[in-house]
Design a protein around this ligand. Structure first.
Ligand code: GLC
Length: 533
């Protein structure tokens, strides 16, 4: 009883705090609309009221959360409620390190690759906070659905994707089964937008799962809790106050009111789709809902006892936090948040775009980020016990961009010599206070991840590093470059317990160069990630 009261009080305090922040934001230029939406969600939506008992549609929650900067209060995507799954099968996640995120569906064929272009906002596309909207303008959902009717991915070969991914060191994958525009890539028996209607019932999900399983990659499913197609007759595709746009982006005086049984119907539909995904395809390793989830965490675990679930269920319940975007490029700014996540014992994963353009494919997606950038962000995430979920969007026809395969080869070459630095470790947390580059730790083996030789400012903080400085450690017995095994000379200052060294220019590469510092003493427990236990 006492705990229940205490929980309720805490929930109220949280709601109060979130409201306060939303109101504060309304005063800032450009923040009014999202802040009002946020306030409404906090007050009536599932996240504010801790709606873990019953999942309900969560309109636009995600976009709002995108615009919400992380704060130490750890709201939204940075926040994890409930108990983590202790089933033995669900313990792989902390060591998973590197995941491949694929947004794929008819949205990939529309041109902008961004379903949020459907949502018209104030000030025109140029003022949008979403890059592809600025570049490609607004597009009505009707246009996406027209494309969806004709979409035919005739070169879909997930086995080829996964074979390359495995070599590159990815250990898990997440594929969109349905994004916000509602197209189901498996033949769902409910709804009227998906492969059942437009591809003769061809199941695009099963080949992906088969490929993951045959290459030993943990299989994750992204599922959007919002379904704009289910809602399209009633939904306002405008965020401009006082302006209503229907799904063809025609301005209307009023939109039809949702019928009384709408909520119940949506719920039945959402639960049926969720149940199909979670019960008809064998073991699913990771459930990646976005916006909300048809089932409570408890119910999902009943269907899949060994599953890992992100925190984007209804009300941020789940196993781990999901910061996204430029989070890892701004470690300096985000350090307090990372520390707070660690203090609270959260597992976490950062998802980010690693090809040009948007989450789904657009022509810029042919350019895939440099291996150096991927490995640099991976090093940062691992040095704080997190995973990197790298979004690389497949082409509409189901092929991966050519550069994906090039990157996979480069990553595979790196993994061949330096894999242990991200997989065989269980500690860190000393960057940037004790060392000027990210450090991962396994007992007395400290791995210093030196940045690529040619630094790109957009890879994030810090700007450029030539010498490595590691402080407050006992004298190393040996320092080697992991790639070649070359012994590296170093200075040790006993009074400050500081190691200094420089990787010679001729030994540096365009990927991170891992320097193994072997200490004479084991690192203490305090360097181990508590949340991994
Ligand atoms: C945001 C976007 C969504 C994208 C997701 C990936 O939630 O709304 O389009 O799929 O981020 O994390």
């Amino acid at each position: 009883m006492k705990t229940k009261l205490c929980c309720a009080a805490r929930k109220r305090a949280r709601v109060f705090f979130q409201c306060h922040r939303a109101v504060e934001k309304m005063a800032r230029p450009g923040w009014r609309a999202p802040a009002i939406a946020y306030l409404v969600i906090i007050l009536i939506g599932p996240s504010g009221l801790g709606a873990e008992k019953g999942a309900a549609p969560t309109p636009n929650l995600d976009e709002v959360a995108n615009l919400t900067k992380p704060t130490l209060a750890l709201e939204g995507k940075y926040h994890v409620l409930g108990e983590r799954n202790r089933n033995l099968d669900a313990q792989w996640f902390s060591r998973a390190a590197f995941g491949l995120f694929m947004h794929w569906g008819p949205e990939s064929a529309q041109g902008s690759g961004e379903p949020w272009t459907c949502m018209v906002s104030e000030g025109g596309p140029e003022k949008s906070g979403i890059g592809p909207v600025r570049k490609y303008g607004f597009h009505p959902p009707s246009e996406f659905w027209e494309v969806a009717r004709k979409w035919n991915p005739n070169s879909y070969n997930p086995d080829k994707w996964m074979a390359a991914a495995k070599e590159a060191g990815f250990t898990y994958a997440v594929l969109t089964t349905k994004h916000h525009l509602g197209y189901a890539i498996w033949p769902s028996k409910v709804g009227d937008m998906g492969v059942r209607q437009f591809l003769g019932g061809r199941d695009l999900l099963k080949p992906y799962l088969d490929a993951c399983r045959s290459h030993g990659i943990k299989a994750g499913l992204y599922y959007s809790g919002m379904d704009w197609h289910f809602d399209h007759e009633f939904m306002n595709f405008s965020k401009i106050p006082g302006k209503k746009l229907n799904w063809r982006h025609e301005e209307v005086a009023d939109l039809p009111a949702r019928p009384k049984d709408y909520r119940a119907r949506f719920r039945a539909f959402d639960e049926t789709q969720g149940r199909e995904l979670l019960t008809q395809y064998g073991k699913i390793d990771l459930w990646w809902p976005d916006g909300s989830s048809p089932f409570t965490v408890a119910k999902i675990r009943e269907m899949q006892p060994g599953i890992v679930i992100n925190n984007r269920t209804s009300g941020w319940y789940g196993d781990y936090a999901t910061p996204e975007g430029a989070f890892l490029s701004r470690v300096d700014e985000n350090l307090p948040i990372i520390r707070e996540m660690l203090k609270r014992g959260y597992l976490w994963e950062c998802c980010n775009l690693y090809n040009g353009g948007s989450w789904h494919y657009n022509p810029e997606s042919e350019k895939v980020s440099e291996a150096g950038k991927l490995l640099w962000h991976l090093a940062i995430a691992r040095s704080f016990g997190g995973n990197l979920l790298a979004d690389i969007a497949p082409r509409p026809n189901g092929e991966m961009p050519d550069q994906f395969y090039e990157r996979c080869r480069e990553l595979a070459a790196w993994m061949a010599h330096s894999r242990e630095a991200i997989y065989d470790m269980d500690g860190g947390g000393v960057y940037p206070e004790q060392c000027n580059v990210p450090v991962t730790i396994a007992a007395n083996r400290w791995y210093l991840h030196s940045p690529p030789k040619h630094w790109q400012p957009h890879w994030g903080f810090p700007a450029r590093i030539d010498s490595l400085v590691l402080q407050k450690v006992p004298k190393p017995s040996r320092v080697t470059l992991l790639r070649t095994g070359t012994m590296l000379p170093f200075d040790y200052d006993l009074s400050t317990e500081t190691v200094r060294l420089t990787v010679p220019a001729e030994l540096r590469t365009e990927t991170t160069d891992v320097v193994l510092v072997e200490l004479t003493k084991q690192a203490g427990e305090r360097f181990q990630f508590r949340q991994w236990k």
